[in-house]
Design a protein around this ligand. Sequence first.
Ligand code: RP5
Length: 192
Amino acid sequence: MVSAGIHLIRENDTGTELATFNFNMPRTKGLKTSKSLVAVVMGSKSDWDTMRAAAETLEKFGVAHEAQVMSAHRTPGLATQFAANADSRGVEVIIAAAGGAAHLAGVIAAHTTLPVLGVPMTSALNGLDSLLSTVQMPGGIPVGTLAIGKAGATNAALLAIAILANSRPELKKKLRDFRAEQEKKIREAKLD
Ligand code: RP5
């Protein structure tokens, strides 16, 4: 039996902290719902510097989310239990980040039919090992794999938002507005 606690990384006035909460009472961000629609998980607290880009993007769009540390290798029971319960808790998309022999996204995907978006972390091999470990899933259990590092973290959140936006017109509008603003900045970019 796995402990009922989960580890959460959360932001407060004094910075980032790692805390443990009851598994059935996830901390959420975003005001639209008390449930997390997106769960961001990562293999180590050392991944948070990169993965906070995913949380910040979800925050910007007002999407309720949670962030937790769990490892396919170091806490296999926790990862399995988390994945098996995510759907019934109301989570709709899982973002899973890991580095090195990066099995977390694949293990999570093995235990849920929710869409799982994998983000390879930079590593001793510049993230190439993480990328291949995450992306090369044998046919049958998909992991949608994003770019290595911060770009992947940001895009994983944007892709999660795009998935949620299919059934949420207000979110689709925010996504279109975001794209329009991004395009405007690039069109107006001035070089020295
Ligand atoms: C992976 O090993 C983690 O996802 C992290 O990217 C990497 C290194 O972890 P630490 O040794 O920093 O905890 O499981």
